[in-house]
Design a protein around this ligand. Structure first.
Ligand code: FDA
Length: 392
């Protein structure tokens, strides 16, 4: 039986940051992960370049049953704190858009930085370790296929259910339940939406077409970002963002011409380009394949001069506020995050400790706090991990 001050289950973003902050305080820390390498999700994040934080981080960029919960941790470990670590390790980075900070080279730089910081802080990391049992006779006792460990603090940091083929599990949720914690219903978030019937027939031939839109679900904010047609429906940043607010059965609304007044445009072109085909006019503002599809579906095949104003206004309204009802999502296989998770009502917002189970901490994606697309989820992982590490 080996003794530690804290055992952290999961060597991902949150777990490694927790280990760094606890190790720097002189705590004896062990991190266990069942995967053969640490930080697997960091490595695939941001298209391999890891969008490691967002300078616009604020509690309203997060989805949770308690939107105020994230405030404390986010204010104690800020994007600039993470950036300071990145700069200390001389990792080249750039701001892409909307405050999103990415590595210039590779997400490997971030994983190497976290591992180096763990080493400097004297943290022990064991990968390829399967946890077989966790009990709490007094301190926590963690049995694995690579030995038994004991510690007064146990940190659940095994992430969420997205990308199961990479070994994602509901381990933290199951263990939290066993210790009496509630779990807010989980579902895929930041995920492409799927469609059926006539909507899918319209979308499928457009697969690969992308355009800027404003998207919104029945609840939640509007997202002015790109949208992409896929073989199964819709994706792209704007759709991934609203997927975290979308509920089955509810419609979504799309503005396909965000910066223009479509009615004024079409009526103007009727006068200015009377001999033009509607699809030619629409392709001035929209990708060609989409312009053709919309013209064929919604206008008679006549030149602009002969199009009744009523028909043009109806199409304009469709462009401004297209309402569609998704059939579902592409599920955890394609989701960037799991929504829901361990209920924040039973955790301290200051250090992520379970209020009823002293010594038990839950951090990162396993908690019911989920960020928008754009580096917010890593910032939550760093912040919640850091705060727990200050307390274990
Ligand atoms: P994380 O998943 O990082 O780590 C959990 C660890 O626990 C893993 O190492 C896993 O192997 C281990 N584990 C799981 N079950 C276990 C068990 N039973 N026993 C032991 N160990 C176990 N976010 C962002 O801000 N910017 C971005 O660019 C991206 N990009 C991105 C791309 C893709 C494709 C995905 C799927 C996700 C993103 N994300 C993202 C989201 C981000 O990756 C995610 O929010 C964080 O990794 C969550 O950090 P955690 O430490 O909570 O879990």
């Amino acid at each position: 039986m080996q003794q530690f001050d804290a055992v952290i289950l999961g060597a991902g973003a949150a777990g490694l940051m927790c280990a760094i902050s606890a190790g720097r305080r002189g705590r004896r820390v062990l991190v266990l992960d069942h995967a053969p390498q640490v930080g697997s999700k960091i490595l695939i994040s941001g298209g391999g370049r890891c969008n490691f934080t967002n300078t616009g981080t604020a509690p309203d960029r997060f989805v949770s049953a308690n939107p105020r919960f994230a405030k404390s941790a986010l204010s104690r470990f800020r994007p600039r704190d993470f950036l300071a670590m990145v700069e200390k390790h001389r990792i080249p980075w750039h701001e892409k858009t909307l405050g999103q900070l990415f590595c210039d080279n590779s997400a490997r730089d971030i994983v190497a930085m976290l591992v180096a910081e763990c080493e400097a802080a004297g943290v022990a990391i064991r990968t390829g370790a399967r946890v077989t049992e966790v009990t709490k006779p007094g301190p926590f006792r963690i049995a694995t296929d690579r030995g038994e460990f004991e510690a007064p603090a146990l940190v659940l940091a095994t992430g969420g259910l997205s990308i199961p083929k990479m070994g994602a599990t509901g381990f933290s949720l199951d263990l939290a339940r066993r210790f009496g914690l509630r779990v807010v219903e989980t579902r895929p978030g930041l995920v492409p939406l799927t469609f059926e019937g006539a909507a899918l027939e319209m979308m499928r031939p457009l697969a690969g077409v992308a355009l800027p839109v404003i998207a919104r679900a029945a609840e939640g904010p509007r997202f002015p970002e790109a949208m992409l047609f896929t073989h199964r429906g819709l994706s792209g940043p704007s759709i991934l963002q609203i997927s975290s607010y979308w509920r089955p059965g509810q419609p979504i609304a799309l503005n396909l011409l965000p910066d223009q007044d479509p009615a004024a445009l079409l009526l103007d072109r009727k006068k200015a380009r009377p001999r033009a085909e509607p699809r030619t006019v629409l392709s001035e503002f929209l990708p060609q394949r989409l312009a053709q599809s919309l013209a064929e579906a919604h206008l008679p095949s006549m030149e602009m001069a002969n199009q009744p104003d009523k028909g043009l206004r109806a199409l304009a309204e469709r462009l401004r506020a297209m309402t569609l009802t998704p059939a579902g999502t592409e599920g955890y296989a394609k989701a960037e995050v799991m929504l829901g998770g361990v209920d924040t009502a039973q955790l301290s917002s200051r250090d992520m400790q379970a209020t009823e189970v002293p010594g038990l901490f839950v951090i990162g994606e396993a908690v019911d706090v989920n960020g928008w697309l754009g580096g917010y989820n890593f910032q939550w992982a760093w912040a919640s991990g850091w705060c727990a590490g200050e307390a274990v």
